[in-house]
Design a protein around this ligand. Sequence first.
Ligand code: BG6
Length: 446
Amino acid sequence: MTDQSLIILGASGDLTARLLLPGLGALLAAGHVPGLQLIGAATEDWDDARWQTRVSESFGFPYEKTRYLRADVTHTDDLRAVLAAADGPPAIFFALPPAVTARACEALLDADLPDGTRLVLEKPFGVSSETAAQLNNLLTRLVPEDRIHRVDHFLGKSTVLNILGLRFANRIFEPLLNSTHVASVDIVFDEDLALENRAGYYDRAGALADMIQSHLLQILGLLAMEPPTSLDAGELRDRLADVLRATHIWEDNPAAFSRRARYTAGSLRSRHLPGYAEEPGVDPSRNTETLAEVVLAVDTWRWAGVPFRLRSGKAIGDSRKEAVVTFRCPPRVPDGLTGHDQPDRLRIGFGPDKLALDFNINGPDDPFELDQVTLEAGFGPGDLPPYGEVLRGVFDNDPTLSIRADVAEQCWRIVEPVTAAWAAGKVPLLEYPAGSPGITDSLLTP
Ligand code: BG6
């Protein structure tokens, strides 16, 4: 499709530079959205030349079909001027903090949005199920739901999307993915990145909202959903919504089945890191966690009784990013075979992107002595980086990879009991040194 325009509100900010522009550049370089008109708007006193430099640097090639407009994005008149500069119905990307996004949406109510306008929002969508619902109501007063793209870039990661192919285009895994055969599921995203100067955002979010409430719940949804009959938006998002509606904290007991911690000073890959509480811009009295872990129940016929442990930590020495399906032990191993003490595991790695299957066979030497071996396959990178992939959906008017309104609210509903238990002081804030493995003992042993 040609003659499209993208308006970025919050164009001078960190999100625009770090994720949005590089993703957009990759999409353009791959020949998608030829002739895209790009308009950056923000309060900073920038001119076209300064903005063009930022765009070209992020893209890695010069781009001239772009301009910058100085605007207070919470003022209707300023927004009208930005809209008037767009050729045709724009996609409007809110690269703004949630409270400013809500105010910008209110200001847009009187701005006469052209038919066909799309709204693109970054997480967090609200800060609770109630505020997410309020934001959703506001958004649907502006454009229909299928023109609202709530971006979760994990849904644009080709390895995450590969979960669908792995499960539903093969005979051999799917029949085993249920409570008869699976003992537990772990979805882990432990990063060696620390705060990286993002206190302004992160100190109000924390690991639970930053990673678990958003990205890791989407992975859980893809791993646990019932088979969709097609990958069109309605079908896939219905299946995702079904499974997330059935998901809640294990035994509805957040005090027992959640954990939080933050890093203290330490060294990570020869970098000395200050403790999180000492990082510039952090207010230690907020008690923001940099590691969160929850155990969830997916209360469906297929999954009842199988714990799903979700965990994400920052400043972890050995980063570990994977979903692991641990199978139950075989019902009866013949006497005389030894060495079968490890369960079978299916591991889907999100960096490095690979699939691994651990299982027991007899290795060299004694044929009755079993060893665990691993079959591995690399997933290979996708054509586009995750942001490019989700933006492609925006320009193609395809909301398949966008979070639907009800799902955004459900994801808050799932973690809210944990937030409440933490606020009530029912779960201690533990500590781990930066560069260590984080908190390691298991929260739940099934
Ligand atoms: C972002 C989080 O959404 O995802 C970051 O805000 C996190 O804290 C990042 O580091 C991880 O995603 P990726 O794709 O950069 O590994």
